[in-house]
Every structure is written in C-alpha cells, then in structure tokens.
Design a binder for this molecule. Structure first.
Ligand code: JB2
Length: 202
C-alpha cells in the first residue's frame, strides 16, 4: 500500500506517474491536511500523515519545499518508508543516484553520476546533466536545464525554464526565477532572476 500525501496539482502528477508505472489504484491511499475533492478518482482522507505507517510506503507530493520536508520527516517518524517515484517516460542514467522519496517526472533527464537528493522534485522536461548534485527537498521546475557539474543546495526552487551553466554552485534555500540564466555561483538564501541572473532587488 502506498500512502500519497497531498491532494493538489502535484499529487495529481505523481499519482498519474504511479499509474503509468503499473501501480494499481487500489494500492494507493491519498491524504491531505484538509478535505479535498477526489484525486483522479481516489477519495482523499485526512490528516496528511496517518498516526501509524509501519509497513507502508509514502510519498509526499507537495510542491512547497518546507511543507514537503516537514511531512516527510513526520511520515518517517510514523514508521513509513519513503518511496521514490520515477515516471516510466523519464530518462535516468544507470550511473545516477536518486535518493529516497524523490520524484522524476515524464521527459525529465538525469545524467550519469548525477545525484538527486531526498524528496527532490525533478519536474517535466527538466535536464540534470552529468555530475550534478541536487540537495534534499529542492524542486527543479519544468524545462529547466542544469549543465554538467552544477550543484544545487537543499530546499531550492529552480524556476521553470531556468538555465544554470555548467559547474555553477547554488547554495541552500535559493530561489531562481523562471527563465533566468545563472552564469555564476549563488550564495544561500538568495533570490536571483533575469538574464544573466542577478540578485533580485528587495
Ligand atoms: O501543511 C500543509 C499541508 N499538508 C497537506 N500546508 C499546505 N500548504 N498544504 C498541505 N497539504 C496539501 O498539499 C493540501 O491539502 C493540498 O492537497 C496540497 C497542496 O496542493 P496545491 O495544489 O496547492 O499545490 P501542490 O503542491 O500540489 O502543487 C504546486 O507545486 C507543484 C510542483 C503547484 O504550484 C503546482 O502547479 C506545481 N506543479
């Protein structure tokens, strides 16, 4: 039995990937913090994390990094085992490492010797080239491109369509705006936008 946490847009994408990968709908339960309409035909229960998850797999399917991290920790503490979900139409090198609880969407590419951390989202069409490292609970949004050897810290959001040039290092808790082109290293806890990307004026 798979315990899917979250019942919004991202949960729909993850459930779809599970079904495409051959998981039977009857083997999935969906839970969220608030009542919600059905998720692709599955009833949504509350609260997000059941009191006991011993013997169950779970996947936190929520975009917000801090919520995803918190519920991941809670679900592990309840005895659950984090499940990695990879859409069958994703391309993941046999030499890549994908950690527990990560999600790799359709048309994403993860190259050789790349490392994808716990609870990371690699969304549709994103490219993580060879030797990249993506830290725990980061979100690599659709159609982003990380050149070879890029490092991204924990809990980052790399916005849709952003490009990070090869070898660039991005710290923890960084937000990169959609469509930005990052040509140099970014320190932790910053927001960078534009082409070439620069710190966003506050
Ligand atoms: O503590 C919580 C919580 N616990 C469960 N805080 C919040 N904010 N949400 C919580 N949830 C559940 O996560 C909500 O009850 C709801 O079912 C789900 C959030 O759904 P929503 O559609 O708002 O966001 P999402 O995370 O599914 O999708 C976002 O991120 C994706 C990566 C959207 O921005 C999508 O467009 C995006 N593709």
């Amino acid at each position: 039995m798979i315990h899917l946490i979250g019942a919004g847009g991202h949960a729909k994408v993850v459930l779809d990937a599970l079904l495409e990968g051959g998981t039977n709908l009857s083997g999935v339960t969906v839970r969220a913090d608030a009542p919600a309409p059905d998720l692709l035909g599955l009833t949504v229960g509350t609260p997000s994390v059941a009191p006991a998850l011993t013997g169950l797999s779970f996947h936190v399917a929520i975009g917000a990094a801090e919520v995803r991290r918190r519920l991941y920790v809670e679900a592990e503490a309840a005895g659950g085992a984090p499940l990695t979900v990879i859409h069958p139409a994703a391309t993941v090198s046999r030499f890549a490492t994908v950690a527990d609880g990560a999600f790799i969407a359709a048309s994403a590419v993860v190259g050789p010797r790349a490392v994808v951390g716990r609870g990371v989202i690699v969304n549709h069409g994103a490219v993580i080239d060879h030797d990249c490292a993506v830290g725990d609970f980061s979100h690599i949004a659709p159609n982003t491109s990380l050149g070879g050897g890029v490092t991204v810290g924990a809990r980052c959001l790399i916005g849709a369509g952003a490009v990070i040039l090869p070898g660039v290092a991005v710290g923890d808790d960084v937000t990169i705006g959609a469509g930005a082109v990052v040509t140099r290293d970014v320190a932790s806890q910053q927001t960078w936008t534009g082409v070439p990307a620069a710190p966003k004026a506050s």
